[in-house]
Design a protein around this ligand. Structure first.
Ligand SMILES: [Zn+2]
Length: 178
């Protein structure tokens, strides 16, 4: 396992990694093909969000060391698993305004999820700042709004569908984001 701390993306030597790292919006990213975890300490982020993203990436390290069954859509199932893990942690923190943020967002998403209609992240979600504090950048605000949207969508999907169908719906949701 290699840990890389990027303090200045402009200082990365030219090569395959330059674009990969410079195009990433994430404060941490695990690359399983080269068994390397990259931290972006040049990017400002709310500490709590940084830690959550790091835990999500550590889940990918655990998956690489103890792989899930290699089914055809393994990459997507691995992603759903990492988010389920991240959200379970987040729920346990009992953050002020967290339940309110999720219940408001679930109510917004409920009809779309029931009728299988696409929806957008609510970047102006006033609860995002109440939960996570002031955002140091627009990327940070986007990350927070995305976490609230995804957590709420996952909860709503889990309440509407049986586990095998829920996994498929979560995969569709994550695919639609990229
Ligand atoms: Zn992931």
């Amino acid at each position: 396992m290699v840990f890389v701390n990027v303090k200045d993306p402009a200082s990365i030597p030219p090569g395959a990694w330059t674009q990969t790292i410079q195009n990433s919006n994430y404060v941490a990213m695990f690359y399983d093909d080269v068994n390397t975890m990259v931290f972006r300490t040049d990017m400002q982020e709310v500490p709590l969000l940084r830690v959550l993203i790091i835990f999500h990436e550590f889940r990918h390290i655990m998956q690489a060391q103890n792989p899930l069954p290699k089914v055809p859509n393994y990459q997507q199932i691995r992603e759903v698993d990492a988010y389920d893990y991240e959200f379970a942690l987040l729920d346990k923190l009992s953050l002020p305004h967290w339940n309110e943020a999720v219940s408001t967002e679930r109510a917004r998403l409920r009809p779309s999820i029931r009728n299988n209609i696409g929806f957008k992240t609510n970047l102006d979600d006033p609860n995002a700042e109440k939960v996570f504090g002031k955002f140091p950048s627009t990327v940070s605000r986007y990350n927070a709004a995305t976490i609230i949207m995804l957590r709420s969508a996952f909860a709503e999907i889990d309440s509407q569908f049986s586990p095998p169908l829920a996994i498929q719906r979560k995969i569709m949701l994550l695919k639609g984001m990229h």
